[in-house]
Design a protein around this ligand. Sequence first.
Ligand code: FES
Length: 572
Amino acid sequence: MARKTGMRKGLTSYGDEGFALFLRKAFIKAMGYSDDALDRPVIGIADTFSGFNPCHRTAPDLVAAIKRGVAMAGGLAVEFPTVSLHESFAFPTSMLYRNLMAMDTEEMLGALPMDAAVMIGGCDKTVPAQLMAAASANIPSLIVVTGPMMTGDYHGERLGACTDCRRLWGLHRAGEIDADEIDAIGGRLMPTAGTCMVMGTASTMACMTEALGMMLPGGAAIPAVMADRLRHAEASGVRAVAMAKEGLTPDRIMTPQAFSNALRVLLAIGGSTNALIHITAVAGRLGIEVDLDSFDAMGRETPVLVDLKPSGTGYMEDLQKAGGLTPVLREIRDLLEADALTCTGRSLGDNIDAAPAGWAQDVVRPRTDPVYAEGGIAVLRGNLCPGSAIIKQSGASPELMKHSGRAVVFDSLDDMAERIDDPGLDVNADDVLVLRNAGPKGAPGMPESGYIPIPKKLAKKGVRDMVRISDARMSGTAFGAVVLHVCPEAAIGGPLALVRAGDRITLDVPARRLELEVSEEELAARRAEWSPPPAQAERGYKRLHLDHVTQADEGCDLDFLAQRPFTAKAPV
Ligand code: FES
């Protein structure tokens, strides 16, 4: 039987297909379409505009450009809404709702009669959710991102969200910037539409999506307000029609080789730690396991090449002026799986060859002169993190990469908020700050609270970095000697739950170790006394999350959405 396409696809179940098609067409004619339009390939556009999502302010312009491209190629573009998430407008954390957005998007891709989809992502959780949805729905799909903001300035200093937000807030906490000035700075940090303009999670996911082959080449770094951004969206509309005709589905693009390329790029750009969780979840939708030890080994041979904050000095508009992601791909071409198929219908290697020649620039460094000699992210093992933990070593103080100190323990986010600035807190600069019950189940939703603030009394003495350990995440725009994603998390009885104030903890990043210097007997005794914290959700989606969310090393997906057992591994 011929595959049903366009408006004939997925007819509503009335038990009478002819009637269902008649009724669908009758209804959609109320939108003003002709029969000619309704007979064309239908390209769905996931429109994530939301008044609560400033990172997606330009989504209406992108919808118009994608529609123009679809029409130019002879298709019919139909936009539809999905959940839209912004980092600062989702309580308690946007991560709690990433899987909800993925479910919503996946179900709409399957339920609505479209032959291909173009999804407008941008802010941190949106692109991961859309890739997860594309992987599971498996209809031809492309990602278009809103693109990064331009930089702002304050009294002559160039500023960008949100690395500078955190740095300047730290100075405010230390008493070096007063309340009026920090307010004024707050008005200068986000000067245009778009996503955070450092190499935070949004920029990282955009670069990885291009490397993965799910975005047309050249799309990762174009600032949101530039005309090229619209031309890229238009080209994506054109290409989506061709992909619909070719039947180029995500499972043919998102292979273990493609995930290897995305992971390699994550390391080379000094990308966000969050992206590791997200790409693990996307791969998990296709039965592909991200092997953290192989990823760590990959990191030892992949230097950080992109000189952008928080690992370096520049901003995304600088990367775009340097040629976008292409010069990065060129520089590590021999380390990539160049034969991996991409959404262009050609391989990643072919795309690199087809890109315009490079030019002299100093944002993407040669491998002989990297920003950081190893990959940005290291994977840790040890008795405190039997499942794994990670650290963004490229954004940490080098002198803290081998450190042993006394634990100062916070039992929860509330506990931390209550005591961190208490002048009576027993804490020194050499101590190790520990935050627990902030993981996928514990908080719940694994908020970006791993960037534990330096206690005010130490900040005022000039302390700018300390070893910090948690089962939480950290914003991709943050920096410091911050150990994250400790697995298993404390709320399910991971060893982090057993740490007591004054215990000695040793971090050795070169050796990839994280150890709690307490005997096995003592830990067993503490475990016998431990009881889990009370569950924090009684109903609705939060209940579903608590009952089914997996740990960080499995991508924090809901267990029934991931494809198991694994059938392949990445990196290859
Ligand atoms: Fe949207 Fe940073 S808050 S990308």
